[in-house]
Ligand binder design. Structure first.
Ligand code: UDP
Ligand code: MG
Length: 316
């Protein structure tokens, strides 16, 4: 099989059929040997029913992995990559904001450049508020400073990979998955091409500001230990300052018999220091919590149902 499209779906009942039709129309006469791997990430609407109907079609080849609950897009991508059979695999959203025409462009690049292993699409212009755009740019600046892995501003999960890279991504079985980091961590030659995200036709985005913030924090913790170093630095700095202050106080008392008036400064210092200690404990706790969950070695997702085109599976 030449190409697999991995499409995570969460409450996309109005989009999946259109997505399939769109891919079929766009690929007609250009690529025939392809499949679509839909991952139903615990949708609460009729997405699974729609996907079941799609598997009744003779073409294109379709696989449907249905989760027992919502595990998140990152887990859905992992499940899709696990099932994909293609020599090239493309991760693409099922909401048609990422167009199949761009996939054709990507395939052409991999076909013509043997040394390129991955083509990643990035949004040059974001159709979102200036504030959100600015915050996202700031996140990329911070994470690039803190992490050894390079993150490209605007680069999405929308990318086409060769089999060797897919296998590398699958070999990373961590529970807290931050795909943007994983794709970059595994290396390989990646080419970036610009794309413009289309408007969402149906349904709504699953990313609230709070979810985005949590996702950003996950990314920093998953791909950098800089916050822990920051804790060490803070500890060192406060020890140094208190040592200097102690010497000054002793000299004042012994040499000049100055009584250092204390109550207000002690209260302020006490509150400041306990705040800082709790803050540092929080940072350490974040890492500890991630380790705790990882140590339990729970599966990344749970598959409740698996479907593929009926005729095809009988042939095999
Ligand atoms: N998605 C998913 N699980 C989730 C959230 C989202 O599988 O928990 C899928 C969603 O169905 C879509 C893709 O991930 O196909 C991108 O989500 P969305 O369109 O909400 O993100 P945006 O395009 O707004 O960044
Ligand atoms: Mg979308």
């Amino acid at each position: 099989m030449k190409l697999s499209l991995v499409a995570p779906c969460y409450n996309e009942e109005e989009n999946v059929k259109e997505f399939c039709a769109c891919v079929k129309e766009c690929f007609a006469g250009k690529i025939d040997d392809y499949e679509i791997v839909f991952v139903n990430d615990g949708s609460r609407d009729k997405t699974l029913e729609r996907l079941r109907e799609l598997t009744k079609l003779e073409s294109p080849a379709i696989q449907v992995v249905s989760f027992s609950r919502n595990f998140g897009k990152e887990s859905a991508i992992y499940a899709g990559l696990t099932r994909a059979r293609g020599d090239m695999v493309c991760v693409i959203d099922a909401d048609l904001q990422q167009r199949p025409e761009t996939v054709l462009e990507m395939v052409e690049i991999l076909d013509t450049c043997p040394e390129t292993d991955c083509v990643c699409a990035f949004q040059q212009k974001r159709k979102e508020s200036k504030l959100l755009s600015g915050l996202k740019s700031m996140f990329y600046k911070i994470i690039n400073k803190l992490s050894d892995v390079n993150f490209v501003n605007g680069a999405s999960d929308f990318r086409l990979m060769r089999r060797s890279m897919v296998n590398a991504v699958l070999s990373m079985t961590e529970y807290h998955r931050f795909s943007k980091g994983i794709f970059s961590w595994v290396g390989f030659n990646t080419k970036f091409i610009p794309y413009e995200a289309a408007e969402r036709q149906h349904g709504s985005t699953k990313w609230s500001p709070l979810k985005l913030f949590k996702y950003a924090m996950e990314g920093i913790i998953a791909f950098s230990t800089a916050p822990l170093k920051f804790v060490t630095f803070l500890g060192f700095l406060s020890t140094f300052i208190s040592f200097v202050y102690m010497i000054i106080t002793v000299i004042q008392k012994l040499c000049f018999s100055i009584d250092v008036p204390g109550y207000a400064s002690i209260i302020v210092l006490l509150l400041f220091m306990s705040g800082m200690i709790l803050f540092c404990l929080g940072i350490i706790g974040e890492y500890l919590a991630k380790m705790y969950v990882q140590l339990k070695n729970r599966p990344i997702y749970i598959e409740k149902e698996y479907l593929e085109n009926e005729k095809k599976s009988k042939d095999e």
